[in-house]
Design a protein around this ligand. Structure first.
Ligand SMILES: Cc1cc2nc3c(=O)[nH]c(=O)nc-3n(C[C@H](O)[C@H](O)[C@H](O)COP(=O)(O)OP(=O)(O)OC[C@H]3O[C@@H](n4cnc5c(N)ncnc54)[C@H](O)[C@@H]3O)c2cc1C
Length: 433
């Protein structure tokens, strides 16, 4: 049956993580430019010792099974842990579950040869290297059937040509997981294949790292031109022409993991909102006494809890079915809800902080903008709404009748026919229409 309790043992782990993130990890967010940048000596001095503490505690990469070095806690426990990690830029990497590496690791674990696993997966899981996922193209991301980056077989090598857009962290990555057209004449969803491409392969040219509003990291979303990039034939992952299937291996998990972390971020925004409301006085009373401010706090809490329950239920269904295809609609629902809850709660927190709220001395304006990131990365909100609707519609059918099934006169006639004897005894229905 339903049980919202967390078992004592795991609660102890969450309490440890909560304290550890607050005390040791959050301060690093103020000092380290980008936690994925392994060339930053400050990062290399401060983060690995924390990662070791997480490993010693048994909380490293909790989404992975023991065969990949994690405890295999599953998605529900990961959701609870990610609520804590989502508060901090550095925390996911300190706990070994950062995007896009976690999803890329899933792809390599499923589809990589032993040699590729030894070369890329193992160091990736130890965070000795980081990676990038290179799918979106500059002419349009929402419709992957328009992608044109091409991979052609030449002897025992694939030669990749074309441009990819917004390949996050490619500037830090040791390898890229790249989608390319291998079979241009096949049907729309059987034309592309997934590749692992070492980032130092000649021809992997980063044109620029695109900065985004609200981030101060100098740009980490790479615009890449692949120019005659040659990789060995075994760098194709999965079945030739089935790149979309391979992509889904990572996208399902990636989307829900973002959502789990977003729960942490919006809770932090609510904490800030409440603290400010209890600290700032206007017209002789605290902001917290103003009913319009109270409404903002109440609405934020309700929206966060609704979102959190949807995330947890989806995580529970992933654990239950172990098949992302069965939770496609649930994940799309989470993905649609995520930017809205972040936008609305962060915007209210910003408003309650007044001018300080819009300033760069608070993170709130960046979080409002981050909500647009959430509504685009891993698929635009509109696309996920249609995915969800299509899934829902599968369990319905239309009626051939002129009037709907729920048409009241029709229901009434059916009920009268069913209970004709009783109606005759009592002189008709007691309900008047
Ligand atoms: C911060 C960030 C990080 C990212 N990281 C990566 C990454 O690491 N790797 C990677 O490959 N990509 C990445 N992306 C790209 C992301 O996947 C794309 O932005 C996304 O798929 C949308 O593609 P687009 O930006 O080309 O928008 P477009 O496809 O041009 O869509 C623009 C808008 O059109 C509307 N629209 C599109 N399709 C529909 C539809 N079917 N119905 C109704 N309206 C529609 C929506 O409003 C949509 O927002 C990242 C994006 C962001 C913002």
């Amino acid at each position: 049956m339903l049980d919202f309790d967390i078992d004592d043992d795991f609660q102890a782990e969450l309490d440890w993580a909560d304290d550890f993130v607050r005390r040791e990890v959050e301060p690093l967010d103020q000092l380290i430019n980008h936690a994925w940048d392994l060339s930053d000596p400050l990062r290399q001095e401060l983060i690995p010792p924390l990662q070791q503490q997480v490993r010693d505690r048994g909380l490293w990469a909790t989404h992975l099974g023991p065969e990949l070095g994690g405890p295999g806690y599953g998605q529900v426990k990961l959701a609870l842990l990610n609520e804590i990690l989502g508060r901090s830029h550095c925390a996911p990497i300190v706990f070994g579950c950062q995007a896009p590496d976690s999803g890329n690791a899933e792809i390599l674990a499923h589809y990589g040869t032993d040699e590729l696993k030894a070369r890329y997966l193992e160091p990736l899981l130890r965070n000795e290297i980081v990676s990038s996922f290179s799918m979106t193209e500059p002419q349009g991301g929402s419709d992957p059937t328009q992608f044109i980056v091409r991979a052609e077989l030449d002897g025992d090598e694939w030669v990749v040509n074309g441009e990819k857009w917004f390949s996050s962290h490619a500037n830090f990555a040791s390898f890229l997981i790249t989608l390319a057209v291998t079979d241009p004449d096949a049907t729309a969803h059987n034309r592309m294949s997934m590749f692992v491409i070492p980032a130092d392969t000649p021809g992997v040219n980063i044109l620029r790292n695109v900065p985004v509003y609200g981030h101060t990291d100098g740009g980490t979303h790479s615009y890449i031109r692949y120019e005659d990039v040659r990789v060995p034939a075994d760098h194709l992952l999965g079945v030739r022409g089935q790149g979309f299937v391979v992509a889904q291996t990572r996208l399902g998990g990636g989307r829900i993991h973002h959502a789990m972390r977003t729960v942490g971020l919006v809770k932090r925004a609510l904490d800030m909102m409440c603290e400010r409301a209890l600290s700032r006085t206007t017209k002789g009373e605290l902001l917290a006494r103003k009913q319009l401010v109270q409404a903002m706090i109440a609405e934020s809490w309700i929206e966060i809890e609704q979102f959190r329950l949807l995330v947890l239920r989806t995580a529970w269904r992933i654990d239950k079915y172990n098949d992302y295809r069965r939770v496609l609609g649930d994940i799309s629902a989470v993905k649609v809800a995520m930017p809205k809850v972040l936008h609305d709660v962060a915007a209210r927190a910003l408003q309650i902080h007044g001018s300080l709220g819009v300033s760069d001395e608070m993170p709130l304006a960046a979080w409002v903008l981050e909500s647009f990131h959430m509504g685009l990365a891993d698929g635009a909100t509109e696309v996920h709404k249609t995915t969800l609707a299509r899934q829902l519609l599968k369990s319905y059918s239309g009626t051939d009748d002129l009037f709907p099934t729920a048409h009241l006169p029709k229901l009434r006639a059916a009920a009268e026919a069913k209970h004709a004897d009783a109606l005759a005894r009592h002189g008709g229905p007691s309900k008047r229409h």
